[in-house]
Design a protein around this ligand. Structure first.
Ligand SMILES: [Zn+2]
Length: 281
């Protein structure tokens, strides 16, 4: 996604309850210490396997692929490669915890058909193909992985987007943003409400698009190339999903969100001219 404006939206009050209970998950999560550019991998131990996420069907969507490389970053880094690498690692963690994971792609392809290409509708065909993967089963959560890009190399930081009327999406986005803030390279970004992105609009439930960092920022680009940082992003995303499905205050946050969705409606109104109308992420 190319960010045209740097906007921040207030985080819902319910988020504070979630943050306060973050420590409740600690028994589930394998401790996460050490320098993060050091090679490390985490395993989900049998005896501490989180129960909330076991049996859940989660779709992981690595952005772009095939002829669509996504954004280009520092030293030719391609978004499609990073999104796939992180998604594979995330899938492994979720599977270890007993979740049923469906990836929209597992190799360097897009999901457009030959007919889409002939008719010059590859981009929308690709998104429709991803949606079809989702529609094949009941889905408990959907996470699309993307990298951000900006004209200035100074822009940095992970940011999570959700569809503005989707309360569960906002709750998961809040947890994910908070986890990225704690676990990844410095981010001062807040969750962002969106009302145009094709998949966010069409998939109900906890559905988010995670911009895991700017591939146009030298520090983040260098980190994202490394297996260790890819692992770190994957594990942070995994932790957030575990928390979403295990933390009792999530239900409360979703209920509170449902009661205040008139407030949410206002939050997206100034986005009509946003670049996201083109569905480019
Ligand atoms: Zn993208």
């Amino acid at each position: 996604m190319k960010l045209k404006r740097d906007k921040h939206f207030p985080v819902i009050i319910a988020a504070f309850a979630l943050m306060a209970s973050a420590s409740a998950l600690s028994p589930f999560i394998h401790a996460h210490a050490g320098a993060w550019l050091q090679a490390e991998s985490h395993s989900v131990k049998e005896e501490t396997k989180p129960t909330g996420i076991a049996g859940k069907t989660i779709v992981i969507d690595p952005g772009h692929g095939g002829s669509d490389s996504g954004a280009r970053g520092v030293n030719g880094l391609q978004e499609k490669e990073i999104t796939l690498a992180v998604s594979r690692r995330l899938t492994a963690y979720l599977q270890q915890a007993g979740a049923h994971v469906v990836m929209t792609r597992t190799s360097d392809v897009d999901l457009a058909t030959d007919e889409d290409r002939t008719r010059r509708r590859r981009h929308i065909g690709d998104l429709q193909g991803r949606l079809q993967v989702v529609r094949k089963q009941h889905v408990d959560a959907f996470v699309s992985i993307h990298c951000n890009a900006a004209p200035s190399p100074n822009w940095h930081g992970a940011q999570v987007l959700y569809f503005r009327n989707n309360v569960e999406g906002k709750t998961l986005a809040t947890i994910l943003q908070e986890t990225y803030g704690r676990e990844l390279l410095t981010t001062n970004r807040a969750i962002q409400s969106n009302r145009t992105l094709y998949l966010l609009k069409r998939i109900e439930g906890p559905t988010v698009l995670a911009e895991i960092g700017f591939i146009t920022n030298p520090t983040e680009a260098a980190a994202m190339r490394t297996p260790a940082y890819q692992e770190r992003i994957a594990f942070a995303t995994y932790q957030a999903l575990v928390r979403y499905f295990s933390d009792p205050s999530v239900l409360q946050a979703n209920q509170m969100g449902n009661e205040s969705d008139t407030e949410q409606d206002r939050s997206g109104q100034d986005e009509a001219n946003d670049a996201d109308v083109s569905d480019e992420t």
